[in-house]
Design a protein around this ligand. Structure first.
Ligand code: NAD
Length: 439
């Protein structure tokens, strides 16, 4: 097999760790000069024709046009069971990845193992997984500090563990940062994904009782017009990414699908809307606003504050991913959303009230901190997800209301001031240096 060139690409982690600072809430790009509604092109749906029926658990009956030079080291007719699988989680020390690892260990029927590979950029925080490491470290939980852009290092992980499932979260994920410095997004999101796909293909050969699940975002679909209240992103909405972040995610999505169509790699994809919950780095809207409130700092709102986002509690994203792993069809994409659209300013007002209530302040105490700042050019106006497919086909639904999820989130940040302080002071970066880099 041809060796890919990413082995020579400089890992992005070291660079990303430098210059850590907290930014205003994430802007999203809108096509320059686009005021016209972007219609969902339903006339030309992008079909994903699965080359074979669903093979997860069921073993395989029809091996596809595979690279036969790759060893078939396992009997395809032996079904693997998800509950006892070894899952490789990339980016497991980030916000959603760490929540997913907590979620898995809470599942009563999950008895498998988790390998977390993360290079610990500014957004990766091992403190998110302290309890897991204490309880399961070395038996069912294993951490490998690896950069996915480093093909050679990644290969050692594939050689060390017998992996059944890959859930690929690792990414540069902050739109603001992608505008300031897109290179790390191209390296991690595109080349890192390519490395994983290549190694999975090489390692798994013709196995079909395995799965590569790729985590993506609703931002790949572009922007909706707020006037078109019924319009939502569906799985067949044409891609129209507007920022270096969403373009790099779109690119990785295409690569993942290409590996399904070309090599028969058993993949699934999910595109999710904005997540919120515990352990989210305070550069993103909700944790940034909470931590600013607690410090009585200004609460910056871009433009008129009327940009609309759909919000999903992170545990509901995790349950959606699990449902896809359990029941999803290979080759398929599932949109996951909260069906919970809020303008930024309305959300902020509600958040101000919850934080005030939870910290025994007057109802409007924090609202006086709201400050409108100049909008960023190209800020996407509205995102909305149609998650009818995952609901109908996989019997998934959201379980946490926005009121409940926001309150849980606020309480978590109030109860973990040391986590916020450590993250904001850079203390945890020094801890990483001490614990991982100088070993
Ligand atoms: N946060 C959201 O609202 C949201 C919504 C939809 C989709 N997503 C997607 O979900 C995934 C996770 O998002 P998140 O919010 O948890 O991101 P995050 O920034 O909190 O975490 C990303 C993790 O990836 C790690 N990482 C980055 N570059 C790496 C590299 N080169 N090698 C190894 N590890 C690396 C980081 O250290 C970090 O732990 C991303 O793919 C993102 O595009 C996020």
């Amino acid at each position: 097999m041809e060796t890919n060139k990413t082995t020579t690409i400089r890992p992005s982690c070291a660079k990303a760790t430098a210059g850590r600072h907290l930014d205003p809430p994430a802007p999203r790009l809108r096509r320059a000069g686009t005021s016209t509604p972007r219609h969902l092109d339903t006339s030309t749906p992008r079909q994903l024709d699965p080359p074979s029926p669903r093979l997860w658990r069921a073993g395989t009956s029809t091996p596809r046009h595979l690279d036969t030079s790759t060893p078939r080291h396992l009997d395809n007719s032996t079904p693997r069971h998800l509950d006892t699988s070894t899952l490789l989680i990339t980016g497991g020390s980030g916000f959603i990845g760490s929540n997913f690892i907590h979620y898995l260990f809470r599942l009563p029927h999950f008895t498998g193992k988790i390998i977390n590979i993360d290079c610990l950029t500014y957004a990766g925080n091992p403190l998110n997984l302290t309890e897991i490491d204490e309880k399961y470290g070395g038996t069912r939980y294993f951490f490998e500090k690896v950069d996915i852009t480093d093909h050679a290092a990644l290969k050692t992980v594939f050689e060390k563990y017998e992996i059944d499932v890959i859930v690929h979260f690792a990414a540069e994920s902050h739109v603001d940062r992608s505008i300031a410095g897109p290179a790390a997004f191209i390296r991690t999101n595109i080349l890192g994904t390519f490395n994983l796909l290549e190694l999975a293909r090489e390692k798994w050969g013709s196995r079909r009782d395995v799965r590569f699940h790729h985590i993506s975002t609703d931002e790949v679909y572009g922007s909706l017009n707020e006037a078109e209240v019924e319009a939502k992103f569906k799985e067949d909405t044409p891609y129209d990414p507007h920022s270096p972040y969403s373009a790099s995610k779109a690119s990785s999505d295409h690569l993942v699908r290409a590996y399904f169509h070309t090599y028969g790699l058993p993949v699934t994809l999910s595109n999710c809307s904005n997540n919120y919950g515990p352990w989210q780095f305070p550069e993103k809207l909700i944790p940034l606003m909470i931590s600013n409130m607690l410090e009585e700092k200004a609460l910056p709102v871009y433009g008129d504050g009327k940009n609309i986002r759909d919000w999903l509690y992170v545990d509901d994203h995790c349950s959606g991913i699990w449902a896809i792993l359990e029941k999803g069809e290979t080759g398929e994409t599932y949109n996951i959303g909260g069906e919970n659209e809020w303008t930024n300013i309305d959300l902020l007002n509600v958040l101000c009230e919850i934080v005030a209530e939870e910290s025994s302040k007057a109802k409007d105490h924090y609202k006086k901190l709201i400050t409108y700042v100049k909008d960023r050019a190209g800020h996407d106006r509205r995102y909305a997800i149609d998650c009818g497919k995952i609901k109908a086909e996989l019997d998934w639904t959201q379980s946490v209301t926005f009121a409940e999820g926001l309150r849980r989130t606020v309480r978590w940040y109030l109860e973990h001031p040391e986590w916020i302080a450590a993250v904001k002071s850079g203390e945890y970066l020094r801890w990483i240096e001490l614990n991982y880099d100088k070993r």
